[in-house]
Design a protein around this ligand. Structure first.
Ligand SMILES: CC(C)(COP(=O)(O)OP(=O)(O)OC[C@H]1O[C@@H](n2cnc3c(N)ncnc32)[C@H](O)[C@@H]1OP(=O)(O)O)[C@@H](O)C(=O)NCCC(=O)NCCSC(=O)C[C@H](O)C(=O)O
Ligand code: MG
Length: 284
């Protein structure tokens, strides 16, 4: 069974190095140092230097993966960012990818492509299938701005295109884009649950307080976890008995894809068990 992908991804602006430690202590699976839209143009050189210094210092250390969102890889600044962090970061995140061609020059760390324009969504299948791409995600703030979308159902059409492109290319499931209101925890929870029903998995956050909410949203309910455990146990009994088909005590027949899904649910429940709180702070 393939390992579960990250559930929580936290952005931290590259020009706020005093916040890097706080991001690492947030409980997020992945911390993304942003060199792109969270950083004002006049501070971009400084942000890149901060990212490089942090990555050099933490090399060999444990904890969350550290990714860097570089500037548009089709620009000189983006290419310079890639040259600076490509061999240091655990992965790079490429904004505003609109064609597979821009990915050909990539070397170094695994790359995640952000699809955040009409052209990017239209080319989602080719971008996801590029051999250098480790995953794809949506940039819904940019998409909504370009397309003037204000309706969730309309955005769901775009989300599903990316979910399909990722699955068809054999990539991990697509994490949800950021929820911009950092104080609206109920709204974030509801939005995550709606995204989960679309096949999206996990979410990028912009504030540490969003991390436990996202974990809670993607954690299977007790009922889902118990049901999944029952299916896995029945499948194991059938395997030991050399029987292919599995029937649950309530008479329901279970086939192989359901067992695979149940195993993932059991694993996810185990990984996200416990209180939905970040670990104690370890300092900035
Ligand atoms: C959104 C923020 C600007 C809010 O900042 P602020 O008002 O300063 O927050 P707080 O006062 O509530 O901070 C409380 C403490 O938490 C720490 N903190 C806050 N945010 C972070 C963070 N992201 N990482 C680490 N630590 C953080 C503060 O240091 C405070 O700590 P303390 O002083 O000890 O109490 C801010 O949260 C922020 O900048 N967030 C990240 C924004 C960002 O990176 N945006 C880029 C990604 S968005 C995107 O990708 C859109 C996409 O491209 C698209 O198109 O859709
Ligand atoms: Mg964006």
């Amino acid at each position: 069974m393939s390992p579960l992908p990250p559930v929580t991804w936290l952005y931290v602006p590259g020009d706020r190095p005093e916040r890097f430690g706080k991001a690492m202590a947030s409980g997020a699976d992945v911390v993304i140092i942003d060199l792109e839209d969270a950083v004002a143009p006049v501070r971009k050189d400084e942000a890149r230097r901060n990212a490089v210094a942090y990555l050099r210092e933490r090399r060999g250390g444990g904890g969350a993966e550290v990714h860097v969102r570089v500037n548009d890889p089709a620009t000189d600044r983006g290419r310079d960012d890639l040259a600076a962090v490509g061999d240091l970061a655990d992965a790079v995140r490429l904004p505003k990818v609109e064609s597979a061609a821009v990915l050909d020059a990539l070397t170094g760390a695994p790359a995640y492509a952000l699809l955040e324009s009409a052209a990017g969504i239209v080319a989602a299948g080719q971008i996801a299938a590029h051999p250098r791409v480790a995953g794809v995600a949506l940039g819904e703030q940019d998409l909504a701005a370009e397309l003037a979308i204000t309706d969730e159902q309309a955005m769901n059409h775009l989300r599903l295109q990316v979910v399909l492109a990722a699955a068809a290319a054999g990539l991990p499931p697509v994490p949800m884009s950021v929820y911009p209101d950092v104080k609206d925890e109920a709204g974030l929870l509801a939005s995550c649950r709606a995204g989960r029903a679309l096949g999206l998995f996990g979410r990028t956050a912009i504030h540490p307080r969003q991390i436990p909410v996202i974990r809670r949203a993607f954690r299977p309910t007790e009922e889902e976890a118990a049901r999944a455990a029952e299916i896995v146990a029945a499948a194991e009994r059938a395997e030991q008995a050399g029987v292919g088909a599995v029937a649950l005590p309530d008479g329901r027949f279970v086939d192989a894809p359901i067992v695979v899904r149940a195993r993932r649910t059991v694993e996810l429940a185990r990984r996200l068990a416990g209180p939905s709180q970040p670990p104690p702070e370890t300092g900035a």
